[in-house]
Design a protein around this ligand. Structure first.
Ligand SMILES: CSCCC(=O)C(=O)COP(=O)(O)O
Ligand SMILES: [Zn+2]
Length: 219
């Protein structure tokens, strides 16, 4: 069933909230990043950020509604995010996904670069893994890494091939992360958990390196 006006406005308000929260963390440098919230399943429709906007600001022209083919549902001069196809892939692959968020951060870029040549990043035994909805003892998670294809349909196909229901995210090398969840609250929690794990791991590697270097220095 097509979404009502009230559902659309509710999605826009929720996107405003998430956007401003992430903006305060500097998670949208240089107009990067995009956000979406699903508003209808059959046929698929979702609200998505307009392309190229300064996502640290609010304006009446921040979002539009697109269909399963990432095409605007209404007549509009706004362009959907250049990466809308990736949001569509997530919603089509996981019927339970209700929101999908993409940010470029130094930490997620560093992790993808540190594991250059590898197709995934794994981490084990961190409490914040529970933030991803994984509660088993000493859990290990593996987030796939895809190469940063400039051609978005190629990138979307690469992402479609590697994402799984177990881990709600994917890293694009030297680009950023996509994370999703059943709704905006859950997608935000997942994204925050991933970002914590990336920062923790990168800092841990740095400290370990510094400690090893100091302990091997002769006076
Ligand atoms: C300057 S960021 C390059 C494009 C990108 O990766 C991104 O996340 C933002 O693209 P959009 O079309 O959604 O504004
Ligand atoms: Zn991006």
């Amino acid at each position: 069933m097509t979404a009502t006006l009230e559902q659309r406005l509710d999605a826009f308000r929720r996107l405003d909230d998430v956007k401003m929260t992430f903006a305060r963390r500097d998670w949208f440098p240089g107009t990067s990043g995009n956000l979406s919230i699903k508003i209808a399943d059959d046929p698929l429709q979702f609200a998505v950020t307009a392309s190229g906007k300064d996502k640290t600001k609010l304006s009446p022209e921040d979002y539009l509604i697109v269909d399963k083919d990432s095409r605007p549902v209404d007549a509009t001069t706004l362009k959907p995010s250049a990466e809308t196809l990736i949001h569509a892939v997530v919603y089509k692959k996981f019927a339970q996904a209700g929101a999908c968020f993409h940010v470029h951060t130094v930490w997620n870029n560093l992790i993808s670069e540190l594991y250059f040549g590898q197709r995934a990043f794994s981490i084990q035994g961190q409490e914040l893994i529970k933030g991803l909805g994984i509660w088993e003892e000493n859990a290990r998670i593996t987030i796939p890494i895809v190469e940063n294809f400039a051609d978005i349909p190629t990138l979307a196909v690469a992402i479609e091939k590697v994402i799984t229901p177990e881990v709600p995210g994917v890293l694009i090398r030297n680009h950023g992360i996509y994370a999703w969840g059943g709704n905006d609250f859950e997608a935000k929690r997942h994204l925050e958990a991933f970002e914590f794990l990336f920062e923790y791991h990168a800092r841990w590697l740095q400290l370990r390196h510094a400690t090893v270097s100091t302990s091997t220095t002769t006076i």
